[in-house]
Design a protein. Sequence first.
Length: 678
Amino acid sequence: MIGPVQQAAGMIAAQGPLGAMTARIDSRSPLGPVNQWSPALLSTVRLMLSSRAEIVLFWGPDLCALYNEAYAPTIGDKHPHALGRPAREYWAELWHDLEPLLLSVVRDGETVHAKDRPFYIERDGGRGEQVYFDISYSPVYELDGSVGGALCIVNETTRRVEAERQMMAERNRLWTLARDPFLIADKAGTWIAASPAWTEILGWGQEELIGRTSEWMEHPEDFTKTRQQIESLNEGTPTLRFENRFRAKDGSYRTFSWTAVPDGGLVYCVARDVTDQRSHAQALAETEAALRQAQKMETLGQLTGGVAHDFNNLLQVVTGNLELLQRGLAGDERLRRAADNAMGGAQRAAMLTQRLLAFSRRQPLAPEQVDPNRLVAQTTELLSRTLGATIELETIQAAGAWPIEIDVPQMENVLLNLAVNARDAMPAGGKLTIEVANTHIDAYYAALEEEVTPGQYVLICLSDTGHGMDEEVLARAIEPFFTTKEVGRGTGLGLSMVYGFMKQSGGHLRVYSEPGQGTTVKLYLPRSRGRVAANDQLAEPARPPRGAGNETVLVCEDDEKVRAYSVEVLTELGYHVLEAEDGRAALTRLDETSPPVDLLFTDVVLPGGMTGADIAREALERQPALKVLFATGYARNAIFHHGRLDPGVELLTKPFTYADLARKVREILDRTKAKGAA
């Protein structure tokens, strides 16, 4: 009669090839022959062999291995040698890892569950592998309640884990390489995962970004609209081209354009840093606005320059003849007073015309190299008397200030005009600060401004504590004839004159102002290479005119009345005077006159196809010792280039006075005699 154990053993042998192998285990195994196994072991093995799950049973004090067909491929060429043998023999390479797990089951009766548990195993010819398993280890009890072994149901997940890791690596590679930052957040807006681009752009580390919302780094003005966008995402509406700003670690703000979609309780986002794009767009708009403003100013400049040119010729006639009239009315006080009043009005008109020329960049400049500290100090003496006792004047000089090349009288006039504007903006008193500093204009700033070249500049900054200007007034501040002063108190040409003079001098002007916060005017003047001698004077004092000798002066002027005035003044001074109305006539008089003419006094702009410069060139070829004095009411390229007199050119600007003409003619002729004597 066959007992239960023998019957169970026979049933094991009938359960496929591995069942037959298991039934043949004999005394060479610590388990002994199957017919000696306990009922608990036999029933567990029968259950294991019939299962399609991967199962291995470690039994007895030696934890001998028994397993089913599904598990056999898992251990590779360890099968069938490992069947019925102590686990330490064939799982030696991972025994330090496996033994503690098994002992926790068979000794302590614990169950062990793990997902994607890593193991190191050698199989298929001893080749070592890192493998992963989902494991469930449970104790198997004998009839007496003791633990006989550990039943291990496993599922190798190596391929899936490696595939997921590969996919994760690809994702991480994408996140790492992508210039646009990626983000995964929950419905509350809490950041769950953020690509490295966030750190590269903002400077915040992963530990500072993950696990919190972005509220702490949002621009205050964007907080409300960002919350609204998150609510819209929670309602299932994707985000397209939403923009907000995040604060970077250095304190600056970056602008991002967002695309985001909700999915499964999470929000998947990709952002694009559009800070530079928005900045460039703004810079382009500002540049276009500056170009339009420059074009408007150029048009106004051409108009005002043309008017000033014609007006100067008229003023020359008016002021010249008024001056002659004044000289002849010494005995008639009433008529002399009337002539004086008329001259005062004409001189004011001449000043306005000069400002128009300055704005239109048509005034003749005679720049010289000066120390800006000395220039400001010299001008401050005049300003302190002009501003009055209620205005505190402070000057701040720069140690090692670079020299500048500037028309000194015109620059002094600029500082005076700006100081008067500041005084008028502080009717109840205040403070005017004039500061000199070395500075640099970079390429980015220069690109935003019209006619500005990058490089080193000297900055002369005037700041007042006056009532300031709003944006609308500030936008028109340099336009000619625009003024906020009462009628009769301002012409609207002061700041426009400063603008034109700075541009003609190769410099730059910026005005900053806010209502109630005062006004700051910054004058940028190009650095001049070289050093200013310590004994250089900024301006020579005017010397009274001397009388004439036996010199001959040829006057060439197409305006009959201007020519008549010049001839009368020079004749009264004692010179022998010849006159001509155009270039051809002037050259003819030169050829016919003996002894030679000493000085040619010619207008720059003449009819007949020859400018004053053309006449001077041909005249000097015929008479190299001839001296030339030009007169003009308008800067033209004939003797001016880039707004400056050509080297060696002598000029008298219209309208000139009796004393101006006398002094200039005598100065040129005396200089010639001094050179000859030397």
